[in-house]
Design a protein around this ligand. Structure first.
Ligand code: ZN
Length: 306
């Protein structure tokens, strides 16, 4: 069976794994990406882990076909260069990922945006298996998405399609990091939920994060339940927009919040049902992602294989 290396570059960790042609992870390692507030440039950490996993493969007589990389930001996937950043990794824009990793590993490298890799992984071996047309999006600091049409990722004209988080849900709404106002991620991301909870219940807690928010909701904290309800309303609005444009068979939701499972999916489905045209709603499955933390690595390998 053929084997590949998958590398997933995120703002907090870099994961590297050996993945076989069936999408199974045989071995993986993790490094912190943010060392002393990026005093060690991220590309150096990436090269280090790339070298480490390649030597591990060599030491264990594992033949590697090549390396798939999943990376944050807008990626020129022909040249493997970061052409737009997400603002939080210093010096990220302009990084020649493909060339740098090829230099230290002597293997072919293909780079793709992380949200597209997650969609590819879910489509291959996750919750999206068997769906020809599906959309996977991740609720996190922002909202990142990948669109699969007729079993293929939809890249758009220059390879950067699928920015679901920047669907405008509120004209002239809240200022977004992209420069526009009123984007989906300003209302439907984890950052947005935390912001709203801080506004109404900030004095009740010293720290607020996703885990605390959902624990409090389960205890019946009314203010927080209301915030979650509004957060789900915006997610439903985003999903309805996607249904009407793409008529997908599945919408798959990833990110930390997806661990809440039915607690968020059930009300979300009801909200989508109330807003979508019936024929679009009837033919879609709305569910949580299956692969969580390993999706980027697996999807990067799938992207390389294709
Ligand atoms: Zn935006």
């Amino acid at each position: 069976m053929k084997k590949y290396i998958g590398i997933d570059i995120g703002g907090t960790t870099i994961k590297a794994g050996i993945v076989n042609e069936k999408g199974q992870i045989l071995y993986k390692m993790v490094e912190q990406s943010n060392i002393n507030n990026y005093q060690v440039p991220l590309i150096n950490v990436i090269k280090k882990i790339a070298k480490k996993i390649t030597s591990y493969a060599a030491d264990n007589d594992i033949d590697i076909e090549g390396i798939g990389v999943s990376a944050a930001g807008q990626i020129d996937n022909k040249n493997g260069v970061v052409i737009g950043d997400c603002g939080n990794i210093p010096g990220w824009k302009g990084t020649h990922l493909k060339a740098e990793i090829e230099k230290v590993t002597n293997l072919d490298v293909i780079v793709e945006n992380d949200a597209n890799c997650v969609a590819l992984a879910e489509h291959w071996v996750g919750s999206g298996k068997g769906f020809k047309n599906m959309i996977a999006y991740t609720i996190g600091t922002g909202i990142g998405g990948g669109i699969i049409l007729e079993d293929k990722i939809f890249f758009g004209s220059i390879g950067i399609a699928g920015e679901i988080g920047h669907i405008v849900l509120k004209k002239d709404g809240r200022q977004c990091t992209c420069g526009n106002k009123g984007c989906f991620e300003q209302y439907g991301s984890m950052t947005a939920l935390i912001r709203e909870v801080r506004k109404v219940a900030g004095n009740q807690f010293t720290e607020i994060n996703g885990k605390i928010i959902f624990e409090e909701a389960k205890k019946g904290n009314k203010e927080i339940v209301k915030c979650i309800d509004s957060f789900l309303d915006y997610n439903a609005a985003g999903i309805v927009t996607l249904l009407h444009i793409f008529n997908p068979q599945a919408i798959i939701i990833g990110g930390g919040v997806s661990q809440q499972g039915r607690i968020i999916i059930k009300p979300l489905i009801e909200k989508v049902r109330a807003k979508a045209m019936p024929a679009f709603f009837k033919n879609v499955v709305i569910t949580t992602a299956k692969l969580s933390n390993d999706a980027g690595m697996i999807g990067a390998v799938k992207n390389f294989m294709e």
